[in-house]
Design a protein around this ligand. Structure first.
Ligand code: ZN
Length: 275
């Protein structure tokens, strides 16, 4: 029995090898055409880190599924008010049924937040509310950063903890508004900007391959670093950036043609593991 099965096994193995060879050949040819399409240097490879803002959103689990399958480390910049369930708990206990539904959704978002950490991604703060921080009074600025820290502290895994300012406001214009970065530093954060953006927040880009095109064009023009995408919508407590979550899996093989996915620490050496 064993002897008669052996040749069959051999053929099957050869078949698998041939299949893998053909698949990698097709991918290599595709990669050549993508390099040509985006005017990428022929042999250059880039380093890329994916980051997602404005979550936790309803689509964050979908994004986590893709990252897990593809073994890609990412950073999620969380809005503190999306995972602060206490206000809903108070209203729910007073009998407000709508708030009870909101509480349930908030608790689900906290479960997702735990999953982000469990699956080895970095968690950073996107502040407590999506304000333009350079326009806040000193007291408000201090309060919103501190409140996000209180909520997210159990989920941080580095020191300093990463922080990304909403709209980049206080980072782009730090010469004009130095108080914002100063306040972050005082509270133990380091600001993480971005080198590339998918501009996926803009509805005009949520069609075809525009978001992928944006990232590929920026990268192939010679940039390494962190790319800004979104898994949440700051105006609404439970919506996600549906388009990005839906198409991320299609973009990854194209990005992989020219880039390796690296952890944030690859670019930010001062992020040390929290002990
Ligand atoms: Zn944002």
């Amino acid at each position: 029995m064993f002897i008669s099965l052996l040749p069959l096994k051999k053929y099957r193995f050869a078949g698998v090898l041939l299949g893998l060879f053909l698949a990698s050949n097709v991918m290599a040819q595709n990669c050549q055409s993508y390099r040509a399409k985006y005017h990428c240097p022929v042999d250059k490879r880039f380093q890329l880190h994916l980051s997602f803002d404005d979550g936790v959103g309803s689509v964050t689990p979908q994004i986590l599924d893709v990252l897990k399958r593809e073994r890609i480390p990412a950073t999620f910049f969380i809005l503190g008010n999306k995972v602060d369930c206490q206000p809903y708990r108070n209203s729910c206990s007073q009998g407000n049924q709508q708030k009870c539904q909101s509480l349930k959704r908030c608790q689900q978002r906290r479960q997702t937040l735990k999953r982000i950490k469990r699956e080895g991604h970095l968690i950073g703060s996107h502040s407590y509310q999506h304000h333009r921080h350079s326009q806040l009074s000193p007291a408000e600025l201090h309060r919103t950063i501190k409140r996000s820290k209180q909520i997210l502290q159990p989920f941080f895994t580095t020191t300093p903890a990463p922080f990304r300012l909403p709209y980049g406001d206080g980072w782009f214009n730090q010469k004009k508004a130095p108080q914002v970065i100063r306040a972050l530093t005082q509270q133990g954060f380091t600001h993480i900007g971005w080198e590339m953006s998918g501009f996926d927040w803009n509805k005009k880009n949520q069609v075809g391959t525009k978001i992928l095109d944006n990232v590929m064009k920026q990268m192939c023009s010679g940039r390494n670093g962190t790319v800004l995408l979104h898994d949440g919508v700051f105006e609404n407590e439970h919506e996600g950036r549906v388009f990005t979550a839906k198409h991320l899996a299609e973009w990854i093989p194209v990005l992989r043609c020219v880039a390796d996915f690296v952890p944030l620490q690859h670019f930010n050496k001062k992020l040390k593991p929290l002990r």
